[in-house]
Design a protein. Structure first.
Length: 208
């Protein structure tokens, strides 16, 4: 079993709950209130701003130039994601500088601190976060309508290009981190739990 497949197998029940979360299913069937989606836009914008810094720190930690090429190649796409959030925020009159809720702040802060635990933990956390979004938004794409008002967001995280990036991260993880690495397992499990709490927060309102 590869490192990436072992991590996914170890979190199978939580993974299933994450990709079938009520926020995901409601986005797919069109029943999600715009206010809930707006909360997600504000929260995920804050997260992606921090995530870009996390990825840049991982570039510095990468064990070789091939790994740096994989990671650095994803940085421009994060700029496009932020532009998508900012356009939605402008259209809806959302305040992207609003104080983040505790889960959003905690998740973002955890990823920013993760490189201090070393390469194995960092790349496992990266794989967990990106694979979670690809699987969740792919589920929305399969069940959703092509005329959904959220289609641009669905396309962003369920596209072939994003899927290829997730596969590249999995290959990088498998190449550089042995199966059952303790720090990788711990980081991946924490990311999965944060993802679940994040969906909960944007569904109900992540407040202090």
């Amino acid at each position: 079993m590869t490192t990436s497949s072992g991590l996914l197998a170890g979190e199978a029940p939580r993974w299933s709950a994450m990709v079938s979360h009520p926020f995901v299913t409601a986005t797919a069937d069109g029943s999600l209130p715009q206010e809930a989606f707006d909360r997600w836009v504000v929260a995920d914008h804050f997260f992606v701003v921090g995530f870009r810094r996390f990825l840049a720190r991982l570039v510095e930690l990468a064990p070789d130039e091939a790994a740096r090429d994989v990671l650095a190649g994803a940085l421009p796409a994060l700029g496009a994601e932020l532009d998508l959030f900012r356009r939605r925020a402008s259209d809806r009159g959302l305040d992207l500088d609003a104080e983040p809720g505790p889960v959003t702040l905690g998740y973002t802060s955890y990823l920013l601190a993760l490189p201090a635990d070393g390469w194995a933990a960092g790349v496992a956390g990266l794989f967990g976060a990106e694979k979670a979004y690809f699987d969740a938004w792919s589920a929305v794409r399969r069940a959703g309508s092509p005329t959904s008002p959220y289609r641009a967001f669905v396309d962003s995280w369920s596209s072939d290009a994003f899927g290829a990036w997730v596969d590249d991260v999995a290959t990088l993880l498998d190449r550089t981190v042995p199966p059952a690495d303790e720090s990788a397992t711990r980081a991946f499990g924490r990311v999965v739990r944060f993802e679940l709490r994040f969906w909960d927060g944007v569904s109900s309102g992540d407040r202090w």
